[in-house]
Design a protein around this ligand. Structure first.
Ligand SMILES: NC(=O)c1ccc[n+]([C@@H]2O[C@H](COP(=O)([O-])OP(=O)(O)OC[C@H]3O[C@@H](n4cnc5c(N)ncnc54)[C@H](OP(=O)(O)O)[C@@H]3O)[C@@H](O)[C@H]2O)c1
Length: 236
């Protein structure tokens, strides 16, 4: 259904980032009415209304949702890589990770669902985890631990919101994608062995991820409580 999203109001939290920007362009080309948020890095232009919001802050979440009356969809791209260069940075990285990768996205999803339910219209929520939430990468306790929690909480939310409310909640879990937070690591050669060892045919593209988001946003989609891993086979 090429025009299924035309006129649908969709909030893309963190949609100013690498994966969000490409997804926003795709959805806008289909006629969706977008509200796009950033935290610190304001983009020069955007295919939707731009809102500054830090998701851990209740007032910011409310302001973001206020900008999208009649909300149909929410996609939460926000997240941080939570890298700890030295062991003494680990505790802070874990705190930052749970704030940005778990607490903010889950609270926003709940509050968006409350508004959808109050409007009495079906809706679609898409959250972002990572393939590292399932595969075991040494050194990723801060990042992947919070992202695994998010995927689990998303499935709980999906169960709470199924049935008459018809608000679907799903998760996209990208692999190494040449955009946003992985761009510099790819450029540094950190992941070249994935190609050399034949684990993936190529690095992911933001468009691969946008296609998965689009699938979950489809209004007559019958899928909820699922995690779609978009990693070219890396998890395997
Ligand atoms: N790129 C990949 O290869 C990859 C792989 C696996 C999973 N992912 C996941 O995919 C999602 C999008 O990643 P990306 O590569 O597009 O990252 P990105 O370019 O860094 O974009 C992240 C966006 O989230 C915002 N943000 C971060 N923490 C926030 C907070 N606490 N409150 C509000 N906004 C916040 C950032 O805002 P500011 O920049 O303005 O601070 C930015 O707009 C993330 O959840 C990431 O974990 C990405």
């Amino acid at each position: 259904m090429p025009d299924a999203l035309a006129g649908k109001r969709i909030v893309l939290a963190g949609g100013a980032g690498g994966l969000g920007r490409v997804t926003a362009e795709r959805l806008a080309a289909e006629g969706a009415e977008l509200v796009v948020s950033f935290r610190t890095r304001k983009p020069e232009s955007s295919p939707g209304t731009l809102v500054q919001a830090e998701l851990e802050t209740a007032g910011d979440r409310a302001r973001l949702l206020d900008a999208a009356p009649g909300l149909y969809g929410l996609v939460v791209f926000t997240g941080v890589p939570a890298r700890a260069a030295t062991p003494d940075q680990l505790e802070q990285a874990m705190r930052d990770s749970f704030e940005s990768n778990y607490l903010g996205p889950i609270l926003l999803a709940r509050e968006a669902a409350d508004r959808m339910r109050a409007d009495g219209t079906p809706g679609a929520i898409v959250l972002f985890s990572t393939m590292q939430a399932g595969a075991l990468f040494p050194g990723s306790t801060a990042y992947a631990g919070a992202k695994a929690s998010l995927a689990h909480a998303a499935r709980i939310l999906a169960k709470e919101l199924r049935g008459p409310a018809n608000i679907r909640v799903n998760v996209v879990s990208p692999g190494v994608t040449a955009a946003g937070m992985a761009e510099a690591s790819i450029a540094s050669g950190k992941y070249d062995r994935f190609l050399k060892d034949g684990m993936v045919p190529r690095f992911g593209r933001a468009a691969d991820v946008a296609r998965a988001v689009r699938f979950f946003l489809e209004p007559d989609n019958y899928v909820t409580g699922q995690v779609l891993t978009v990693d070219g086979g890396l998890t395997l």
